[in-house]
Write a protein that binds this ligand. Structure first.
Ligand code: CMP
Length: 137
């Protein structure tokens, strides 16, 4: 069993595809162990994406992630980190496999609908960034 952090980004919320995205996670065998809809402040978004600080897209990314509500979730299952990333598709939607969330719904490399942790250490950091242990079931 593994846990990973998933975010449905402001563009995904605006497109009203929360149910469709979660349906895909559940159909693939992942379980929603925690979920909350929040509005990230700029500071919260900046801290979450601190690993990208200094990159050319960082400021716009922080702006985008705090531009509207997001759904943050903990997904649980076997190989949850890799499975979630497979379901999302490549960061750049043009390189995403057909049938993945980003291939089907993303509009640009920035507005790519979902975020998912990329490794066990980042998953641990990202889950703890939004959830306390008592909020995860
Ligand atoms: P995410 O998987 O959340 O990780 C970092 C985010 O930065 C990425 O999805 C995109 O939303 C955004 N981003 C914008 N431009 C780029 C880029 N050129 N390369 C990678 N990520 C980018």
């Amino acid at each position: 069993m593994e846990r990973t952090l998933s975010i449905i980004k402001p563009d995904g919320i605006r497109k009203n595809i929360v149910g469709e995205v979660i349906r895909r996670f559940e159909a693939a065998g992942l379980r929603v162990a925690a979920a909350k809809k929040i509005m990230m402040s700029k500071d919260t978004a900046a801290g979450f994406y601190a690993v990208h600080k200094g990159k050319f897209f960082y400021d716009e990314l922080v702006e985008f992630m705090s531009s509207g509500p997001v759904l943050v979730m903990v997904l649980e299952g076997e190989n949850a980190i890799a499975l979630n990333r497979k379901l999302m598709g490549a960061t750049n939607f043009k390189e995403a496999e057909p049938g993945t969330i980003r291939a089907d719904f993303a509009e640009s490399i920035q507005f790519n609908v979902v975020h998912g942790s990329d490794a066990p250490d980042t998953a641990a950091f990202e889950i703890a960034y939004f959830f306390s242990a008592s909020e995860i079931y």
